[in-house]
Structure formats: C-alpha cells, structure tokens
Design a protein around this ligand. Sequence first.
Ligand SMILES: Nc1ncnc2c1ncn2[C@@H]1O[C@H](COP(=O)(O)OP(=O)(O)O)[C@@H](O)[C@H]1O
Ligand SMILES: CC(C)(COP(=O)(O)O)[C@@H](O)C(=O)NCCC(=O)O
Length: 399
Amino acid sequence: MEHNREFEIDGNSNPIQISRLALDIGGSLIKLVYFSRNSGDDEDPPKDKVGVSNGVNGRLHFAKFETAKINDCLEFISANKLFLGGGFQHQENCTNDRRFIKATGGGAYKFSELFKEKLDISLEKEDEMDCLVMGANFLLKAANQEAFTYLNGQKEFVQIDHNDLYPYLLVNIGSGVSMIKVDGDGKYERVSGTSVGGGTFWGLGKLLTKCQSFDELLELSHQGNNRAIDTLVGDIYGGMDYSKVGLSSTTIASSFGKAISDNKELEDYKPEDISRSLLRMISNNIGQISYLNALRFGLKRIFFGGFFIRGHSYTMDTIAVAVHFWSKGEAKAMFLRHEGFLGALGAFMSYESPSLDNLVVNQMVPLPVNASLVTDTNSDTLKGDLNGTESIQCSIYRA
Ligand SMILES: Nc1ncnc2c1ncn2[C@@H]1O[C@H](COP(=O)(O)OP(=O)(O)O)[C@@H](O)[C@H]1O
Ligand SMILES: CC(C)(COP(=O)(O)O)[C@@H](O)C(=O)NCCC(=O)O
C-alpha cells in the first residue's frame, strides 16, 4: 500500500469530476461507490427536444479498504477530492457550508468524528439493512448479468424477471451474517443472522494458520484437504455409509473432529488443511441456516452477498451444495457479482437529488482504477468479478 501519493484514477492525472460518493463502513472493510462523469461531457446534462435532460454518462466506481486502515481511505477520498460534488450537480454535497456524504454500516457511527476532524465531512447516516436491500433490488433490476448460480464449478447467469423478483431471501455475509426477507422496494424484514461469518473465517484462520492476509488464507484453502482434520461419517462407520439416514461415508460428520481424536498439536496440521476445513465449515453452516430461513418463509430464491464470498469457487460451491442438499433441490442459491457493494450502492442511491431511480447501468465493463487499494491477489476469483477496483459504465437521468 502506497501512502503519501496523489492517487490517479483511470490513469488520468487530470482530476475527474466526481458527483457523488457513498460509503459503507463495515466491521472488516470500507466500501466506496462513486460516480464520475465521462470526460468531455458538458457541464450540464444534455437535453432532448423538449428540454428534458437526457442525463449524464459516466462511470460508477467501486473501491474498498480494510477498515483497520481507515486512514488510507481518508487519504484516498481527500487526494481525489471525492467529496466535492462537482460535475453533474454543482456543490450538491455542500449545503449550508456543511459537506456531507452518505454513509452506512456501523463505521458510519464509529468513525463519524474522525471524518469530521480529518476531512471536515459529516457522515449522513443511512440504515445498513435499508441500504443492503436497496442495493440488492437495484442490481437485480438494473444490472445485466448480476445474479448467477454456481454448481459443479459452472457459473450460470440468471435472468431476473422484474415482475417475479419478490419475495426472496438476501443473505449478506460480511463480518457477521444478516438474513433478510425481501418483499419489495423498501419492504423487508431481517429474519435472522449468525455471528459465524466472514470475520470468523478470517479471525480463526489467522490464529490457526498465521496467515497475514485474507487472500493468503483463501489461497491456502485451494491446496488443502479437509479430510485431514474433519471427521467423516466413514471415519465413524468403519468406511461405510450410514445409508439408513442418507449419510454417505464422505459426508462430514464433525468439522475439525479429528483435531481431538488424533492427539496432535496445532503444528502437526497443515495450514492449508485447516484453511479448507474452516472455509467449508463456515460456508456450509451459512448455507444450512439460510436454507432453514428460506423454508421458514417458503422462499425459493436465496441471494448471497457480502465480501466473504469474494467470487471464490470453493465458498460458492459449498454454499450452493448445502442449499441444494438441504432443500432437496427445491431452493436455489444465487450469488451477486457486486457481492460486497450492496450497502454502499444503497447509500449511493439514497441521495435525494436528483433521484437515482433513473440511474441506468449501460454496460458491465470492468475498468481498472489505478488506485492503490486493498490488493486482490486471489487467483481463484471469477474472471470479470467486481472485486473492488473496477468501474461500470452508467448514466444518471434526472427524475
Ligand atoms: N481484503 C480483505 N480483508 C479482510 N477481509 C476480507 C478481505 N476480502 C474479503 N474479506 C472477507 O470479507 C468479510 C467482510 O465482508 P464485508 O461484506 O465487507 O463486511 P463488513 O461490512 O462487515 O466489513 C471479512 O470478514 C472477510 O471474511
Ligand atoms: C451486526 C451486523 C449487522 C454488522 O454488519 P457487518 O459489518 O458484519 O456487515 C452483522 O455483523 C450481523 O448481522 N451479525 C450477526 C448478528 C446475529 O444475528 O447474531
């Protein structure tokens, strides 16, 4: 991570015009979404024959920082003047001498003073669940190729019928996990949650493997074999299935079960096996709880978001298999391409003027942003996944 340098965006040293920035400051990561108008666009949005504005073309940018490195995020915002609100709407974020940006997540409360002190910005707080739902609904309706299933290593995009989107279960796997039954725009109920989430994988994984980064831990899991540490049904049943209740010999009977029976110390286990068992245990558990909640409310579609997923094949496969297995194929696990940015997008949409009901995503073209952010070294993430340093072409139309 480079400090003390002017960040350049889109490889252009001229400052780009940012008209809107929103933040989601979570327990682990800070997510930023901001809009930049295309260079060469007029100051005022083009108008059609009857003088109605046709909108402004530009890009929605996505970036993320570790919450523990919030100072890097502040520097990024400051260096790129992301809060100025020039371009599309003059000074839209600067009212009555008060600069504000929309922010959601617990950090919007926790770091409110820090933003005021360091950047003289007030954080206008938006509710986290409102934002998650707003972001998810927007993406499912507006973005092409947003939701996909993942089974047997195959990713398949799902066509969303706008008239048949609700109800669905939104499972956001961040530091912790929230499960939200969504019935419409702004109509939802947080029906469950679990503290065994992304923070658990990263936290326990760090303690048990000494990995220094989340990506390293995820990378390790590729090479691991969970059988070295998990007790399988076959380990208990002398290599046989327990077929009477439908358990095959290869089903995990007890995650990390071998760690007690082997009389071994932590050092005797390979970090890659630990990482794999941990990832599987947590993903499986979330998949199962999600299914049970879907069952509670008769929901067939479950959308998974949050940065725990990271477009990682083993994670998605485990969750999808768990949902498929427990629901006997009745319920479907779907993943979102903008997985970790739902809350930040929701906060972005909550600016009142101009209405972002008219934000139109034109293309899903990832474009690298030359800013030094959280590094994404995980080679297993899906190609074309929006992992935090990309942007998409879109237009904002005035309401
Ligand atoms: N670079 C990273 N650093 C830390 N955690 C990461 C990283 N990438 C993915 N993660 C995972 O994502 C989780 C955070 O997901 P996120 O949706 O941003 O939630 P939160 O809002 O709680 O920060 C972490 O707990 C971890 O499991
Ligand atoms: C408290 C939270 C909403 C915060 O969101 P996060 O920063 O984890 O994305 C989330 O961590 C959560 O839902 N935890 C699970 C709490 C529970 O239902 O037991």
